[in-house]
Design a protein around this ligand. Structure first.
Ligand code: ADP
Ligand code: MG
Length: 238
């Protein structure tokens, strides 16, 4: 289950308001993309959902339960960042196993889950290497693997491909979409890249200065943008 509801959520940093009151419903299993220009509040919104920032007012519910007092590690969400944050001294296998070790699973259970993630992500060829011996795309797969083994209710991606070159981004885009089809887990994916949004999303949330300008499927937004900002951003002919 990965249903996430934001009700009248706001966020201030000091006296600056970056998220005005915002409502959003994310259904279980949806692939939702937050898209908008740099500084519009995408990462802040994701961090609020993850619990890495506290809301200033309003409420976030995960699977119908108020998340206000639930710490990040207990929210059942796994975050994948653009910086991979892998442990350089550990093999791929150990990097992926690490959260499971912390959670106190038996070695048997750990091996099973790591092998399953390695298969989904095609990591077998480099499972015993260290991060320093991997390409950017391989590192990103390991970071996703570390999220998968936790079997989260939702994956939160913050511009996970922005450090990769153009060809690899296209590849990884397809891989993440395939992963979603396979796992059917809720995914929230932040990007400033319109093409990623249009090709990956079930539902696009277009943000501008913390405001939701429009929510809809790629086709809906393309055919019926509510304003010129959305039209310009999505690249529709209106
Ligand atoms: P995006 O991810 O869309 O580029 P962010 O969510 O990072 O945007 O930032 C939204 C706004 O909030 C920006 O104006 C940014 O400067 C501001 N901001 C983000 N984090 C902080 C923080 N910790 N302290 C103060 N201002 C912040
Ligand atoms: Mg950001």
């Amino acid at each position: 289950m990965g249903r996430i509801t934001l009700s009248q959520v706001t966020k201030n940093f000091g006296t600056t308001n970056v998220i005005p009151p915002l409502d959003l419903e994310i259904d279980d299993g949806e692939f939702v993309v937050f898209v908008g220009p740099s500084g519009c509040g995408k990462s802040t919104l994701l961090r609020l959902i993850a619990g890495l920032e506290d809301v200033t007012s309003g409420n976030i519910a995960i699977n119908g339960n108020d998340a206000t007092n639930i710490p990040p590690a207990k929210r059942g969400l796994a975050m994948v960042f653009q910086s991979y944050a892998l442990y350089p001294h550990m093999s791929v296998r150990k990097n992926i196993a690490f959260p499971l070790k912390m959670a106190g699973l038996s070695q048997n259970e750990i091996d099973q889950k790591v092998n399953a993630a390695a298969e989904v992500l095609n990591l077998a060829d480099y499972i015993d290497r260290r991060p320093g011996q991997l390409s950017g795309g391989q590192r990103q797969r390991v970071a996703i693997g570390r999220a998968i083994v936790r079997e989260p209710d939702a994956f939160l991606f913050d511009e996970p491909l922005s450090n990769l070159d153009a060809a690899l981004r296209v590849n990884m885009r397809l891989e993440i979409s395939e992963l979603h089809q396979q796992l059917k887990t809720t995914m929230i994916y932040v990007t400033h890249d319109q093409v990623e949004a249009m090709t990956m999303a079930d539902k696009i949330v277009v943000l501008r200065a913390g405001n939701i300008e429009q929510v809809g499927s790629p086709i809906e937004l393309y055919k019926n943008p509510t304003n010129l900002f959305v039209a310009g951003f999505i690249g529709s002919p209106k």
